[in-house]
Design a protein around this ligand. Sequence first.
Ligand SMILES: Nc1ncnc2c1ncn2[C@@H]1O[C@H](COP(=O)(O)OP(=O)(O)O)[C@@H](O)[C@H]1O
Ligand SMILES: [Mg+2]
Length: 325
Amino acid sequence: MNDREKILEVKNLKKYYPAKHGNYLKAVDGVTFDIYRGETLGIVGESGCGKTTCGKTCIGILPKTDGTVYFRGKDIHRMTRKQRFAFTKEVQMIFQDPYASLDPHQKVYNIIAEGIRIHRLAGNKTEEQKMVLELLEMAGLLAGHASRNVHEFSGGQRQRIGIARALSVNPGFLFCDEPISALDVSIQAQIINLLMDLKKEKDLTMFFIAHDLSIVRHISDRIGVMYLGKMVELTDSDTLYDHPLHPYTEALLTAIPIADPDISAGRKQMILEGEVPSPVNPPQGCRFAGRCKKCMGICHDTEPVMQEIEPNHWAACHLYGRKEK
Ligand SMILES: Nc1ncnc2c1ncn2[C@@H]1O[C@H](COP(=O)(O)OP(=O)(O)O)[C@@H](O)[C@H]1O
Ligand SMILES: [Mg+2]
């Protein structure tokens, strides 16, 4: 994995929002990770832990407070206008709420054709029409849908329109922020399968945010777990599910309903109790200490750092001591 090209390199990224009384809300507070070409990195964690802020700061939609983000070797917070234009073709986004992210009064055709026009990807009108129809088909929509308005479509179909729009400019990188959370459960698997098929077909690299650990396993090669502005564990999907190291990950995993009663009975429940502390005034030591069943003295005063506990398996937790370099 490590010889592969790094598409995104995020180092000690921080994003603080101004809060009351001159304080700052530390939404993302020193996060480091890479995304390799062709992989899907999933990010999970409870609502409010900083996933969206992290993702948006990583693709330059939000300015950063500190740290660096390199996209294919370029600092994305210091791009020239020309570089940024090229970046908007290379990186596309799919958001949680297809109702908010698509103008309901627009024709589907125009939504999908917009990027093609901006980036001059079609030689003429006929070519543009052909491209739009291909994109509709790819996203599981019909040619006849092109002439209809967005408001005529259901949530699942709107998300398909959003996917067709994102892919219209042939991006190499897709940022998906909870793309199925707003959809009916019956539709969720369809959209996930579509994204997985398209990823394979188009050789995409994906950054996939989810708060539900049950879906993200299937779509992600590796998964990062965030808690209160920090990354607390990062490893490949199967390892994270079968052999989690951080007590927070364990707690998140036991919250997933399991259909098989034998497995369900064997898995110790670790209910998450207590409130998530405020990101304006995070606790001094480990941010999870107050809710952690395995908390030790050190956890309240020393912040654990991310360490490679096992090959390619990183966690920030005092249970594993301090590995000497
Ligand atoms: N524009 C903003 N201004 C101030 N605070 C914000 C803003 N956006 C998000 N936050 C705060 O930052 C924290 C992380 O939010 P967010 O990135 O949306 O988390 P997630 O996507 O994991 O739910 C939360 O405490 C949230 O209230
Ligand atoms: Mg979010």
